[in-house]
Design a protein. Sequence first.
Length: 393
Amino acid sequence: MVVFGILLILYAIYLYIKSNIVLKQNKLDLKQKKGIPRIAILIPARDESLVIESLLKSIEGQTFHLNAEDVYVIVETIKDPTVNICHKYKNTIIVRENLEKQRKGYALEEAIQQILPKKYDLYFIFDADNVLKEDYIEKMVESYHQGYAIATGYRMPKNGNDNVIAATSSLTFSMINTLGNLRRIKENANVIISGTGYYIDGSLIEKWSCFPFHSLTEDYELSLYAIMNAIPTYYNENAIFYDEQPTKYKQTVNQRIRWIKGYFSSRKKYIPLMKKNSINYGSVVKEKIGVKPFVFFILGLAFILIQNLIQVIAAKDILFVTIRMIFILLCIYFMMMLVTGYMIKREKYEFNSKIKWKVILYNPLYLVTYIPCAIKAVLKKNVTWKKIEHGKK
């Protein structure tokens, strides 16, 4: 078991190194654009009256001029208190008609089908709990002018210092962006869109005539589509927006089960369609590898730990074997603490010192809980979107 575990770990390391080396083999074609783009902003906002005003106020205060009527707030009923707040800012309300389909992708599809004749150059997508830094749109338009058809900004928590759950949850996006997307853009490779705070070029929307991504993780599905079709995507860390992180552990579990289920369903659809073309070879190979390095690494460790556990049960010198097993676990824990500390150091958000140390100690345990979340996601057939209550103004 130990030998097999070591082989799995070595294979995981090989896959990880390969997935980063191949990124250099990309030749994404950027076609620079000029002029002031006409922008539409889409905000799915069912029962979000507690937080949406902060977003609308931040949109109104952008350094880049936006028309209030080009901000489209999507609700499920005209009786939603969110509607009155939107009227105050003279935004456009879109009331959904097909409520049987509850995912964000369907809400965006209904909205886009209604506004498509207006022919916007850019479509920005936000959650109601987002808030934009005053130059967010201006910075994102720079990416559009550079030729990127899809781009996402830098996500910063609104409530990272509320408790250790919120702080740790925010580091999920640090792993995607700070550890992942920054390396991707250095190699001219496709990035992974996560959550909201991104735009889509109007030419793509017109080509689709809708928003065709309806999985539990429509953002990741969009990312895979872009990789498959060599569509230039970008992570603009200078374009900052904020969002609210869950403060209860159960909320993070529901959230992560949905993410994992959506991750695998999206890959099942798109990975078989990906061909290793010369234009986007690196991005395709890296995405085909996906999370395999982490899966094989965890499996390898599991085999080693199981073997040690068997030895603990069977051995006469139980104390020695137990100490050895604890030493292995502590080494893994310490390495994960170092990675967490590195992510916190790279983040622009200022965690207070008390929260910072709590996160360094807690995040390794939080990452381990992805394993039961993954098992639940695989075994559970019907994973549905569950609303996370927002209230951080």
